[in-house]
Design a protein around this ligand. Structure first.
Ligand code: FAD
Length: 397
C-alpha cells in the first residue's frame, strides 16, 4: 500500500490477537477469552478517549450489535455471601407474587440498593452494590467475534493472513532498519521470510520472545462460559464481586452436587458478564505460571475453572442452572515496569519497528484506539488522534 504522499509501505503485523492481526489461530490468546468490557473509565485516559468513540463508530457502521454483541451494560461492584445450593421451595414465589404484587421482588432489590432489573443474583445474599459508572459509560463486546469479524473485513480489504510463527525480526545492521520477519510456516514447517518496511509487534505476552528487551510479563486467568437450557435472557449487567464463600464440609461427599472450593480462599472475587446470546462469561483471579512457548500450550487448571463455577453458583439460582460449555485460560500482557500499554514507533531500536502490546486488562477496550493511532503513524508519519508520548516504546525499552 502507499501513503498519501506516495511512499510504498509493506507492513507485517505479528500477532493474531485483538491488537495485531496475522494468523496462528486467530483470537486464540487473551483476545478470544476475555470478558469484553469497553469502558469510558478504563485507562490510560489518553487512549480511552480515542478508543471508546472508535468502538461506537465501528458498532454503528458494521452492525456490531448483531456481529459481535455490542451493547451498553451496567457495571457494578457487588459484595455479599455465597450459600450452599439447596432445592428451591416450589410454589413459594408464586404465592408471594399473589400476596405482595408482581413487582415485589423489584421493590426489594431497589430497597437493597441493587438495580431493579438485576434479577439474577440473590437479593437476600447481597451486602452492598455500587455502580462503577453512570449509564452510557460502559459497553461490552464478545471479544472473539469482534476480533474474527474485524480480521475478515481486513482480508476483504486486501490484508493477507499468513499461518506461521514468527521466529525473528530481521534488521539491517548498517542502516538499523527493519527489513522483514522470518517465520516457520504452520503447514509446511518451512522457514520463510516476509519482507517489510514496517513491522508491528503485537504478539501479546509472546512479544519479548522476538524482542527480549521488552518489559512484558504475563498473568494467567481462568474463565468459564455458561449456556442455558432452555435459553434465557440475562439483564445487561457486569458484576465485579466479592463473595464470602460458605464452607460446609459435610456437603463435600461424592453424592452431593456441591463440592466446596478446593482451596482455602474464603473470599472470592469472580467477575460475571451477562452476554446477549444466552451466555454468561465468568472469570477468576490471575496466577503467574511461566508463559509457555506458544498459545497452544497454555494449560487450563480444571479446578480453577470449577472454583469460578461454584463461586458464581453460590450467589445465583440462575447461574447455578448454567451448563459450562467452555473452560479456558489465557495470559494477559502486563508491562512489568508498570504503566503502559506500549504503543508507537520503536525507531530507536530499528527504523520501521512499531510496538503494540502490554494492554493488561484493557486490551479489548483499547484495541480500536491503538489501531487508529498506529494507522496514523504509518500512513501519516505521526500519531495525531491523541498525545500518546507516555506510551512510546522509548519510555520502556
Ligand atoms: C480473563 C481476562 C478477562 C479480560 N477481560 C477484558 C475486558 O473485559 N476488557 C478488556 O478491555 N480487556 C480484557 N482483558 C484483557 C485483554 O484480553 C488483553 O489485553 C488483550 O486480549 C491482549 O491482546 P493481544 O492481541 O495483545 O494479545 P493476545 O490476544 O494474547 O494475542 C497475541 C497473539 O499473538 C500470537 N503470537 C504469539 N507469538 C507469535 C509469533 N511468534 N508469531 C506469530 N504470532 C504470535 C498469539 O498466538 C496470539 O494469537 C481480559 C483478559 C483476561 C485474561
Amino acid at each position: 500500500m502507499s501513503t498519501p504522499s506516495g511512499e510504498q509501505r509493506n507492513i507485517v503485523i505479528i500477532g493474531g490477537g485483538i491488537i495485531g492481526s496475522s494468523k496462528r489461530g486467530v483470537a486464540q490468546g487473551a483476545s478470544g477469552k476475555a470478558g469484553g468490557l469497553v469502558a469510558k473509565w478504563a485507562y490510560p485516559a489518553e487512549l480511552v478517549n480515542v478508543t471508546f468513540p472508535e468502538h461506537v463508530r465501528l458498532a454503528e457502521k458494521y452492525d456490531g450489535a448483531n456481529k459481535w454483541g455490542w451493547r451498553y451494560v451496567n457495571c457494578g461492584s457487588w459484595e455479599g455471601r455465597g450459600e450452599v445450593p439447596r432445592p428451591r421451595p416450589r410454589g413459594r414465589k408464586q404465592s408471594l407474587i399473589a400476596e405482595l404484587g408482581p413487582d415485589w421482588e423489584t421493590r426489594k432489590r431497589i430497597q437493597k440498593g441493587l438495580p431493579g432489573d438485576l434479577d439474577w443474583v440473590k437479593e437476600e445474599l447481597t451486602d452492598s452494590y455500587s455502580a462503577m459508572a453512570p449509564e452510557g459509560q460502559t459497553a461490552q463486546i464478545q471479544p472473539y467475534l469482534f476480533t474474527t469479524t474485524l480480521l475478515k473485513f481486513a482480508k476483504e480489504k486486501g490484508v493477507q493472513v499468513v499461518g506461521g510463527r514468527a521466529t525473528s525480526l530481521n534488521i539491517d545492521n548498517s542502516s538499523k532498519s527493519i527489513t522483514g520477519v522470518t517465520y516457520t510456516d504452520n503447514e509446511t514447517g518451512a522457514t520463510e521470510t516476509l519482507p517489510a518496511t514496517q513491522v508491528i509487534l503485537a504478539a501479546g505476552v509472546w512479544s519479548p520472545k522476538l524482542l527480549p528487551s521488552l518489559p512484558i510479563s504475563g498473568t494467567r486467568a481462568h474463565s468459564i462460559i455458561l449456556h442455558f437450557d432452555p435459553p434465557r435472557v440475562f439483564s445487561p449487567h457486569v458484576l465485579f464481586t466479592e463473595i464470602t464463600m460458605p464452607i460446609i464440609p459435610q456437603l463435600s461427599s461424592p453424592s452431593s452436587p456441591y463440592t466446596p472450593p478446593n482451596n482455602t480462599v474464603r473470599v472470592a472475587s469472580p467477575e460475571i458478564y451477562a452476554r446477549p446470546t444466552n451466555e454468561v462469561y465468568c472469570c477468576g483471579p490471575g496466577d503467574n505460571p511461566p508463559v509457555p512457548e506458544t498459545v497452544d500450550e497454555v494449560e487450563v487448571d480444571h479446578q480453577a475453572t470449577e472454583n469460578v463455577r461454584q463461586q458464581v453458583a453460590s450467589i445465583s439460582n440462575e447461574l447455578r442452572e448454567g451448563r459450562v460449555v467452555r473452560r479456558q485460560a489465557c495470559f494477559l500482557p502486563v508491562v512489568s515496569k508498570g504503566g503502559g500499554p506500549i504503543v508507537g514507533s520503536a525507531d530507536h531500536v530499528a527504523k520501521g519497528l512499531i510496538i503494540a502490546t502490554g494492554h493488561t486488562c484493557w486490551g479489548i477496550c483499547n484495541a480500536p484506539g491503538t489501531a487508529k493511532a498506529l494507522a496514523e503513524l504509518i500512513m501519516e508519519g505521526e500519531i495525531k488522534c491523541a498525545d500518546l508520548s507516555k506510551l512510546a516504546p522509548s519510555k520502556f525499552i
